[in-house]
Write a protein that binds this ligand. Structure first.
Ligand SMILES: NC(=O)c1ccc[n+]([C@@H]2O[C@H](COP(=O)([O-])OP(=O)(O)OC[C@H]3O[C@@H](n4cnc5c(N)ncnc54)[C@H](O)[C@@H]3O)[C@@H](O)[C@H]2O)c1
Length: 250
């Protein structure tokens, strides 16, 4: 078995998750990529193998708790360790003000962004505390720190991710497990394209939310995830790091 650290990324088939998987590989990690999109995962595994690391894909819907448990069991059988996990899978759902947004949308978002992430974390914390080492980075959002009109359930879900992160960080600090969150601003991915409809005027408005007057890239978020994961961040736990061009500093 390889002695390289092993990193898991959920929601890895696209956007921030894909960039994070590639960044872990460039940092010398073997990588497990998980998503509901099987074909895109297969291509990503090829790209990871070109970098020279061991990589496998697991097709999983993080809201399917049995599948989440089976995934972590498989990782331990295949690699015998799990050093880093980035719980990134998430959906934005409908765009509508609170009174007009559906409870079906609320349930779907909470099931994937919170319950699914929570179930992943439970497996990871059990594995990592038994190992006596590990680092988890949860993908929250600036929408977990400030309000965003039209995305009430999404904001609620990301606020929950920040609080789940802080609680687990305190609970597992003495067991060698660090838990942090990253809170991206608007990052140019398929998700943001769905929200802006790629309308140039809307994109300009989104860019202007950030003091840097631009959207971020998936790679800029991935760099923060890898920094928080690796021993460079050995005294950092329980943080919700905004990667947002200064948005929440305003
Ligand atoms: N793009 C942004 O502006 C932005 C900002 C803040 C936070 N985020 C968060 O970053 C994460 C990634 O966002 P992105 O912009 O790359 O989105 P994206 O839609 O481009 O990619 C999300 C990936 O997650 C996968 N996924 C969705 N539901 C899943 C499920 N139930 N199980 C497994 N995989 C699933 C999708 O198939 C896709 O590959 C999300 O949690 C999102 O909320 C994004």
């Amino acid at each position: 078995m390889s002695t390289s650290p092993v990193a898991l990324v959920t929601g890895a088939a696209a956007g921030i998750g894909r960039a994070t998987a590639l960044a872990y590989a460039r940092a010398g990690c073997d990588v497990v990529v998980a998503d509901i999109q099987e074909t895109a995962l297969a291509q990503l595994v090829k790209d990871l193998q070109i970098i020279g690391v061991d990589a496998i894909a697991i097709t999983v819907d993080v809201s399917d708790i049995d599948a989440v448990r089976a995934m972590h069991k498989h990782i331990m059988e295949r690699f015998g360790r799990l050093d880093y996990a980035c719980n990134n899978a998430g959906v934005e759902g409908e765009n509508a003000p609170t009174a007009d947004s559906s409870l079906e949308n609320y349930d779907r978002i909470m099931n994937i962004n919170v319950r699914g992430l929570y179930a992943c974390m439970q497996e990871q914390l059990a594995i990592m505390s038994a190992q006596g080492r590990g680092s988890i980075v949860n993908m929250a959002s600036v929408a977990g720190l400030i309000g965003f009109p039209g995305l009430p359930a999404y904001c609620a879900s990301k606020g929950a991710v920040v609080q789940i992160t802080k609680t687990a960080a305190v609970e597992y600090a003495e067991q060698g497990v660090r838990v942090n969150a990253v809170c991206p601003g608007a990052i140019k991915t398929d998700m943001i394209d769905r929200i802006t409809q790629q309308d140039p005027e809307t994109e300009k408005q989104f860019a202007a939310l950030h003091p840097m007057n631009r959207m971020g890239t998936s790679e800029e978020v991935a760099n923060a995830v890898v920094f928080l994961s690796l021993p460079d961040a050995s005294f950092i736990t329980g943080q919700a790091l905004a990667v947002d061009g200064g948005m929440v500093a305003r």
